[in-house]
Design a protein. Structure first.
Length: 255
């Protein structure tokens, strides 16, 4: 049996219309299980707690909620220019910046009654501190572009992500490449389809997603990050192996 996670990226009040369009798309092809990657304070201008209706919509869906950064915004980095343009929020963040961003993000999520146990960094870009801070906060795991990391067992679960680019020039190339990538990764045990809110502004991308999601529904069983990371999922059931990083360093007083 092969599995798949359908995940909606950049879920926030700013993209409310696109979010509704995405839900309509999933409903039209009969996708009943998906993960919502929520940004608590998109671009530091759209905090969830100021959008009570949007929060009610999220809670009413009864779908898995994943924390997806704090603001989803960062300075443009030449190092990550091929993957993102000013959205790799944690790529250049130092220890204190990472801790503060996650603390603020969790404060908003808790204030809105949204429980999260998994994290996917914006643009799938991490830094040396992110995993240990998430572990300290009690997160089960986080998703990278090509694998899901279980923070309790310290194991990496192979899982390719298929997505469109929404940057000028690369967007057209990604439209041509997406069906090819789906065929290329067909034999993967666990595949992730990452629908971004901006995809809903392009009729070509909507049409392609409809085709791929319909095929996915026939080829694979839908799952979630929680199921993959939990007992009976893709990882052993033993627990308690802490990632080896700065939290174990006595110099930080956290050992």
């Amino acid at each position: 049996m092969r599995y798949a996670i359908v995940e909606l990226h950049d879920v926030c009040p700013y993209y409310y219309d696109e979010f509704c369009a995405c839900l309509d798309l999933l409903n039209s092809v009969g996708i009943k299980k998906y993960s919502l990657l929520v940004v608590p304070n998109f671009h530091n201008q759209f905090p969830l707690y100021k959008n009570v209706h949007f929060v009610k919509v999220l809670r009413s869906l009864n779908q898995e909620i994943i924390l997806h950064g704090y603001t989803h915004k960062a300075p443009v980095s030449l190092r990550h220019i091929l993957h993102t343009y000013g959205e790799g929020e944690f790529g250049a963040a130092e220890l204190v910046q990472t801790y503060e961003a996650l603390t603020r993000a969790m404060d908003i999520m808790q204030a809105c009654g949204l429980e999260v146990q998994t994290f996917v960094p914006p643009a799938w870009i991490s830094n040396p501190y992110l995993e240990d801070i998430l572990y300290a906060f009690g997160f089960l795991g986080l998703g990278y572009r090509d694998f899901i990391k279980n923070l309790e067992t310290n194991q990496s679960i192979p899982s390719k992500s298929i997505t469109f680019s929404n940057r000028f020039g690369l967007s057209y190339l990604s439209i041509k490449a997406l069906p090819l990538l789906y065929r290329l990764f067909y034999k993967e045990d666990l595949l992730r389809l990452a629908l971004h809110m901006k995809d809903m502004r392009d009729k070509r991308k909507i049409a392609l997603w409809r085709v791929l999601l319909s095929k996915l529904k026939k080829d694979r069983r839908l799952t979630s990050y929680g199921e993959v990371l939990g007992k009976g999922g893709f990882t052993p059931a033993f627990k308690g192996v802490q990632p080896a990083g700065w939290l174990g360093n006595p110099a930080f007083g956290m050992s």
